[in-house]
Ligand binder design. Structure first.
Ligand SMILES: C[S@@+](CC[C@H](N)C(=O)[O-])C[C@H]1O[C@@H](n2cnc3c(N)ncnc32)[C@H](O)[C@@H]1O
Length: 279
């Protein structure tokens, strides 16, 4: 399994891709952000830590909710953080900060945060127990953790539909197993409870979310989004022009039934996970 999955180069090509497609990802994941903030329940005077904040949309929302407090976004990607800082400056947000840091091992000030949040940023840890214990130490007693992560990859149309459409032409590598660092590492609810419990969290609660990913307003936009994802580009790199066009047409056909008045919506099951630090 391990040799067929992909390593994500966040402080490199993958981060650059997320910057280029920032608005698309934000639009695609908007409903997961809403669910995240429903679970996080950020209050006006709180200090929020956003783990794997990327281009910082959720950090900016957190800063708005914590209007008398503050929000810190940490991420591995220098490019995404630069974009996050630009957006925060454009929006004139004074109580937000971004730092390049590996959340697994970063020396956070102990107890400095009331709540840690993450929108799909905590599944990539090589040593998840140690990483979540590091995040736990950054939280105050009775602090809160809330994140969304992928669930049930085999039921994900978001990853499955493009892969199946391209199968006659190329093999798109799986996005990662349920027990290895990568998008699906926290898909197994027992593993989530085990990891967070071993990291020192209590009251671990998982709620199944069935929000779709919105890949674009129309099929053309969705196709552009899918074909430019780095692992898809990589898989298609060696195709000649004619074959590439045929493969792209297959993806277009596969996406077309998912077009709705709200956009091209593909099922992408997720968990909303909440937990506390001990009082
Ligand atoms: C799927 S993206 C989500 C980005 C952002 N949360 C969003 O919703 O747009 C995952 C993010 O986690 C970051 N990340 C992965 N491992 C990390 C780590 N160990 N420490 C900090 N950030 C990490 C990546 O750089 C990337 O920005």
């Amino acid at each position: 399994m391990a040799e067929s999955t992909r390593t994500l180069d966040w402080n490199g090509a993958n981060g650059d891709h997320w910057v280029a497609y920032e608005e698309k990802y934000n639009a695609a994941m908007i409903r997961y952000g809403e669910r995240l903030f429903a679970g996080a329940d950020v209050r006006p005077d709180e200090r929020v830590l956003d783990v794997g904040c990327g281009c910082g949309q959720t950090t900016r929302v957190a800063a708005a909710l914590a209007a008398e407090g503050s929000a810190l976004g940490v991420d591995l990607s220098a490019a995404m953080l630069a974009q996050a800082r630009t957006r925060a400056a454009e929006e004139d947000i004074a109580n937000v900060r971004f730092e390049q840091a590996d959340a697994q091992v970063h020396d956070f000030a102990p107890g400095a945060y009331d709540v840690a949040i993450s929108r799909h940023g905590v599944m990539f840890f090589a040593a998840p127990v140690a990483a979540f214990a590091n995040v736990r130490r950054a939280l105050r007693p009775a602090g809160r953790l809330a994140f969304v992560c992928w669930r049930a990859p085999e039921e994900s149309e978001y990853s499955g539909v493009p892969r199946a459409a391209l199968a006659p032409y190329v093999t798109v590598p799986p996005s990662g197993g349920v027990n290895e660092p990568g998008p699906n590492s926290l898909a197994d609810p027992d593993r989530v409870r085990e990891v967070l419990g071993a990291a020192g969290f209590v009251d671990v609660h998982l709620e199944a979310e069935n929000e779709p990913m919105n890949l674009g307003a129309d099929v053309g936009e969705a196709l552009d989004f899918v074909l430019n994802r780095p692992h898809v580009q990589g898989a298609m790199a060696d195709l000649d022009g004619t074959t590439r066009a045929k493969a792209a047409e297959c993806v277009r056909e596969a996406l077309t039934p998912y077009l709705t008045p709200e956009g091209v919506l593909l099922r992408a099951p997720a968990w909303l996970v909440t937990a506390h630090t001990p009082a």
